[in-house]
Design a protein around this ligand. Sequence first.
Ligand code: 2DT
Length: 211
Amino acid sequence: MSVVKRGAFIVFEGCDRSGKTTQSRLLAELLKSKGIATVSMNFPERSSSIGQVINSYLTNSKDLPDEVIHLMFSANRWEHMNQIKQQLLKGTTLIVDRYSYSGVAYSAAKGLDFDWCYAPEKGLLKPDAVFYLKTSVDSLTNRGQYGEERYEKVEFQSRVAQVFDRICYREASYWHQFDASQSAEDLHSRITSIAEDLLQKVEAQPLDTLS
Ligand code: 2DT
C-alpha cells in the first residue's frame, strides 16, 4: 500500500501592500507549473456568512467591538480547518495569504492583549512555514490603492509591523523574514528555494497544531 505524502502548509504574512498577494500567487503558479497539486487561499475568506460580516466590517459598512471582530476572524479560520486538513492529507500544498498571525497583529495593534488575541488560535493547524514580508512603513504608502479599507492608515500599519516583528522573533523556528523592498523577482526566487526544500521535508511529517 502506498502512503500518501502530505502537502505543505505555507502562509504569507505582512502588512497591507507588502507584496504578499503577488508573492503567494507567483509561488502557487510555479508549484503548479511543476505538476505539484497546489491550492491558494486567503484569510479572511469573505464568502462564508462569517466572512461576509468581516467584509462589511472591513469596508466600513458595519461597526463591531474589537473583541467581537477578533473572534469572528478566528472563527473564519476554524470554519475552514477541516477542509484545509483534508487537502493537506490528500497531498495538496496550500499557499495561504494571511492566517492567525494577522489576527493577532491587527487586534493587538488596536490595543487588545497579545495573549488574549492568541488564545482562540490555539488548536488550529500550524503552518510548516511562514514567509514574512517585512516592509518599512514609508514604502507602504507608496504602493497603489493604499487607504481604502479600515486598517490602511500609516500609523496603524506601523503598530501592526511591530507586533509582526514580535511574533517573528517568538516563532523563529518556522518563520522566514524577507526584506519586501527587493525586486519581486529576487523575492520570488528566495522564497521558491525555501519552499521547494520544505515540500520534501514535510511530506512524511505529521500535521501539528498551534499551541
Ligand atoms: P486582506 O486585505 O488581506 O484581505 O485583509 N485581518 C486579517 C485581521 O484583522 N485579522 C485577521 O485574522 C486577518 C486574517 C488584515 C484584510 C484585512 O483584515 C485584517 C487586513
